[in-house]
Write a protein that binds this ligand. Structure first.
Ligand SMILES: Nc1ncnc2c1ncn2[C@@H]1O[C@H](COP(=O)(O)OP(=O)(O)OP(=O)(O)O)[C@@H](O)[C@H]1O
Length: 370
């Protein structure tokens, strides 16, 4: 269960490597039982932040609090954290049991307590039958589970994951991420999870912290980040986004309805939050467009645009179209639709399709066009 007490609080964390500002006033907190992902492109400072939380590198300014306690000057082994790495970092000469129990050696548990704890955690990660094996005798997914069990065994206040799945193939990655999330929920541990994979972040998190160049660009629940990205960077980094420079022509703030001019044509936008400027970026997602039949397209409906299909990719469950006004010139837009949706099969390369984007599917970014 998620409670209100912050298990971890990072406040204004800043850190430089020589002249390079790796973290710049980063703040976020994780409530007890929450999984928070730090998401961003390579080099944005995710690992640096995780290592600062673990106590491996000191911050230049700002603070890390675990369970309300300031961690300044507290070494890693005395912080209530455990790290789970992408490389697993298993001891090759120790059995699964030895690896899982490794972190317990400092915990002053009796032999019987230690065995019981190892068996309990091994069962949670479904490794009870492999306790006497060496890491080399395990699959990649099993090795990852040993690493997870070893971290879980010490029952840390905050579990820290550094891209734990990047050594696994795509299918296994999906499976293991589901397992980690299920275990995290069942055991109720608090976790900070570093990834550059937006799908992983959306699938696993209670809170996503999107970072770029040492700065937090946005944080929120996965759906918030996806449906209401703050700016072009976040919109583009999370999923696929069609981003247009728009000009507000008329507004009815009371009802949240705006008329805007866009490269697609005029559009009606329904938005609870007003645009931040008259010239503002507007975003819509590929699945927000609906291909409409000619009979509908001729009616007085709003937000219907005729586009020529420039390329068509069949993805099995979905059809992905790239379409624009005319065959090649100017912007092109990504449209995704179910393969069986009306009109999808007729939308071949070179064909003209009519699409409808509902007013509520347009989203104003908090970013003015300058
Ligand atoms: N010890 C160091 N000395 C100097 N610069 C460093 C050091 N460690 C990291 N950096 C730089 O700081 C920036 C942030 O690195 P960090 O490893 O935190 O990024 P990241 O977001 O985790 O990236 P990745 O996903 O590639 O691991 C990078 O530009 C990196 O080159």
């Amino acid at each position: 269960m998620v409670s209100d007490a912050p298990a971890l609080r990072v406040e204004d964390a800043s850190l430089r490597y020589d002249s390079f500002q790796a973290l710049n006033a980063v703040s976020f907190s994780a409530r007890k039982g929450e999984l928070v992902t730090l998401l961003g492109p390579s080099g944005c400072g995710k690992t640096t932040l995780l290592r600062a939380i673990a106590g491996f590198i000191p911050l230049d300014s700002g603070r890390v609090e675990i369970e309300g306690r300031d961690m300044a000057g507290i070494p890693p082994e005395r912080r209530d954290t455990a790290m789970c790495f992408q490389s697993y970092a298993l001891f090759p000469h120790l059995t699964v049991s030895g690896n899982i129990g490794f972190g317990l050696r400092q915990k002053r548990l009796s032999g019987a307590e230690m065995t019981a704890r190892v068996e309990e955690v091994a069962a949670q990660v479904r490794l009870s039958a492999q306790l006497e094996r060496l890491p080399a005798q395990l699959s990649g997914g099993q090795q990852q589970r040993v690493a997870l069990a070893r971290a879980m065994a010490v029952r840390p206040g905050v579990m820290l994951f550094d891209e734990p799945l990047s050594n696994l193939d795509a299918k296994l990655r999906d499976q293991v991420r589901g397992e980690i999330r299920a275990l995290q929920r069942a055991q109720g541990f608090t976790a900070v999870y570093v990834t550059h994979d937006q799908a992983e972040a959306l699938a696993m998190s209670d809170l996503v912290v999107v970072m770029r160049a040492g700065v937090v660009e946005q944080m929120g629940a996965p759906e918030d980040i996806y449906r209401r990205p703050a700016n072009r960077f976040v919109a583009d980094f999370i999923g696929t986004a069609n981003i247009m420079a728009a000009k507000v022509l008329a507004e009815d703030r009371t009802n949240g309805i705006y008329k805007v001019e866009t490269p697609l044509g005029e559009a009606t936008v329904r938005s609870e939050t007003p645009p931040v400027a008259q010239r503002v970026y507007l975003c819509w997602r590929p699945e927000d467009a609906r291909i409409v039949a000619d009979s509908e397209a001729g009616s007085a409906w709003e937000n219907i645009y005729r586009l020529q299909v420039r390329s068509r990719t069949y993805l099995g469950n979905l059809v992905d179209l790239e379409a624009g006004q005319g065959a090649t010139d100017g912007d092109s837009w990504r449209i995704q639709t179910h393969g069986y949706a009306e009109g999808a099969s007729a939308a071949g390369e070179g064909d003209t399709v009519a699409i409808e984007i509902a007013p509520k599917h347009f989203h104003f970014l908090n970013e003015a066009v300058t």
